[in-house]
Write a protein that binds this ligand. Structure first.
Ligand SMILES: Cc1ncc(COP(=O)(O)O)c(C=O)c1O
Length: 308
């Protein structure tokens, strides 16, 4: 937390901080995978820190006394300090302190990082519903900014879906087109082609989404970013949700419509297998997506290290 290793029970934010009072924080969720040869690999750490600094913090004019390389080193140091050697989930949170709502050109922020060993694996299949709630508009709460406050919308959609007995939901944007899930992007397959909403459809520009698009190129599966009608979800041959926490989660049913034959379809399965191969370091072509956690196992953001 702000450059120090702190026991979690002692890591505290004041009740008068903007983070606590008004949801003034932005964050990243990152996974670490243990490779087939036993090393701990951070998946796309550089891209996560890039989104943190160059989208979320930039948009809200937040500044830190640390660089992205400093935080990469801090993530590695935290894993080492906790002796985490197996799969893990890391959360990097940049928060506004006593700043209030006003601001200047640059708003000084604080940072804390959490690491959890053995984070839950993605669900094998999901039953989802089309949420009655809409995703926020870009001109109100831009979904591309990974702000904690945006998760009020995610909370509404998830609560509604779970109360109705579903695992999760797909949310439409203000124009009635498919946007995303509460913590994941959406892909569907129709006639052998993979489609996902455009970056301008009210989505978080997911790193897993970008990964899936690259992997689809590797597999020779055509992938398009386009406006998707809600009704396409009910007639798609395959649907999956994807994100750091959900990895690649096949949708087996949406609002009672069974997707395909109810089992993960062939394109979903091939992408999923390749995703895990990439994340666990067995795809030489995508070695640049990985950071060896042991490469900077010195606690504290003091010594810059390359981010991969
Ligand atoms: C709203 C939302 N969409 C999409 C995603 C997937 O993003 P990523 O793949 O970068 O984790 C997330 C991740 O938490 C999310 O919260």
């Amino acid at each position: 937390m702000n450059g120090e290793l702190v026991p979690q029970a002692e890591a505290a934010l004041g009740v008068t901080t903007d983070a606590v009072l008004r949801g003034g924080s932005v964050f990243e969720g990152i996974r670490a995978y243990r490779s087939t040869t036993g090393e701990l690999l951070l998946f796309r750490l550089r891209e996560h820190l890039d989104r943190l600094f160059n989208t979320s913090m930039r948009f809200l004019r937040l500044t830190l006394p640390y660089s992205a390389d400093d935080l990469a080193q801090a993530v590695c140091g935290l894993l080492a300090a906790n002796e985490i050697e197996s799969d893990a989930y890391i959360r990097v949170v940049v928060y506004v302190g006593e700043q209030g709502l006003g601001g200047a050109d640059e708003i000084p922020a604080g940072v804390f990082i959490l690491a959890t060993e053995g984070f839950r694996p993605a669900p094998e299949s999901m039953r989802v519903t089309l949420s009655p709630w809409r995703r926020m508009s870009d001109v109100a709460m831009p979904p591309r900014v990974k702000a904690s406050a945006n998760y009020l919308n995610s909370r509404m959609t998830t609560t509604d879906a779970e109360r109705k007995g579903f695992d999760s939901a797909v949310v439409l944007n203000e124009h009635g087109r498919v946007a995303e899930g509460p913590a994941m992007n959406v892909f569907l397959v129709r006639d052998g082609e993979l489609s996902t909403p455009r970056r301008t459809d009210g989505i978080l520009e997911g790193i897993t989404r970008a990964t899936v698009i690259e992997l689809s190129h590797d597999l020779g599966v055509p992938a398009v970013e386009r406006a998707i009608d809600a009704s396409e979800l009910y007639v798609a041959q395959e649907i999956f949700l994807c994100g750091t926490a959900y990895e690649i989660a096949p949708v087996q049913e949406i609002d009672g419509y069974v997707v395909g034959d109810g089992r993960p379809g062939p394109i979903t399965r091939r992408l999923r297998d390749r995703y895990f191969e990439a994340a666990r370091g067995s795809l030489a072509d995508h070695a640049d997506w990985l950071t060896f956690a042991a490469s900077a196992a010195v606690p504290g953001p003091t010594r810059p290290v390359p981010v991969h």
